[in-house]
Design a protein around this ligand. Sequence first.
Ligand code: SF4
Ligand code: SF4
Length: 383
Amino acid sequence: MDSHRGLPLIGMEPSAFFLPRESLDALFDAIRGQGYARVLGPMERNGAITYTAITAASELPRGLRDRQGPGHYRLEPGSGERCFSWANGPQALKPLTFAPRETLWRCALDDSGRLTFLDTDAVPERTAVIGVRACDLAAMRIQEQHFLKPPHPDAHFAARRERLFLVAVHCSHPADTCFCASTGDGPRAETGHDLAMSELDYGFILTAGTDRGQAVLAELRLAPAAPDDRAQADAEIEKAARAQTRGLPSRDLKEALYARLEHPHWDQVGRRCLSCGNCTAVCPTCFCHAEMDEPALAGDSSEHLRQWDSCFTAVHSYMGHFLVREETRLRYRQWLTHKLASWHEQYGRSGCVGCGRCIAWCPVGIDITAEVSALLESGDAQS
Ligand code: SF4
Ligand code: SF4
């Protein structure tokens, strides 16, 4: 990691400070003052919350609520002044570090006819994101495990991650699709953030997670948070955890799923699934991608591209002149068993952080928690 990346405040009890609601713009200014000229915040766009370039607190989605269910996402007016009383939108942090499509390298013939490799992207802009959820921080940690694994960390991912400043907001308004409490990834933002905030009606409680966050707090010169305000913020996070009605039965389903690879329920879900790949596009942990070369028509240069792919596409399982997973049921089985079973072997944990996006953005409302329950309900694994 280079010097852009903040050092976590290990072993220190974070000090909490109070930012009055009317001073929220001061936080934006302090973050910009630390060199993050590009600030992204949650905004309503095309009927959903997305991280968009933001200049002032007045652009935040004040009073807006989300309603989510299987195959369902709607924003609706709520009451009050709160700006973070929604759970999440279709976009996690993933596109900010793992670009949907990018050039990994270029090559061209020079004047002497020799092949030369050329630089691709310029150094990414230092970017702050306000309103990050605990589940998405957990997903970012998983993506770091994947993309930054030695001895060959992905330089493109690393450059973007090192220049990200993350302001988490502890979740107090989970959607009906959320189940981060059962995966252990929320609703409280525990690690991975530079700053964390709790939103109260009249202001925010701020704590630093890294030395970079500490520098922003020092610039704000805030008063310590009152014990009653801290207690209320904690109570709202605990209530958000209790409000979640969905869940996975265990954080490690590896053996249970491996024992059910021939279960008839895969046929049932395979008949409903459209193989559209929406679930993998919105999932903050999915990292499958395809790589391809695009040569110039003149034949003197070529670009090597990487773009998001999905285990639900036919071509993703194309190998040795045949499709390994021709049927949709096999693609769904691949997705679910990788996410909840073989991920443990790769990364020491499940690949699901309980954000619920795959439930809300599945056009036919397939619900990962319900599918797992259906698979496990049968004690007989293979029939
Ligand atoms: S599998 Fe679904 S609920 Fe789990 S992290 Fe991915 S999108 Fe979120
Ligand atoms: S589970 Fe839903 S979102 Fe995923 S590929 Fe099937 S139909 Fe599409």
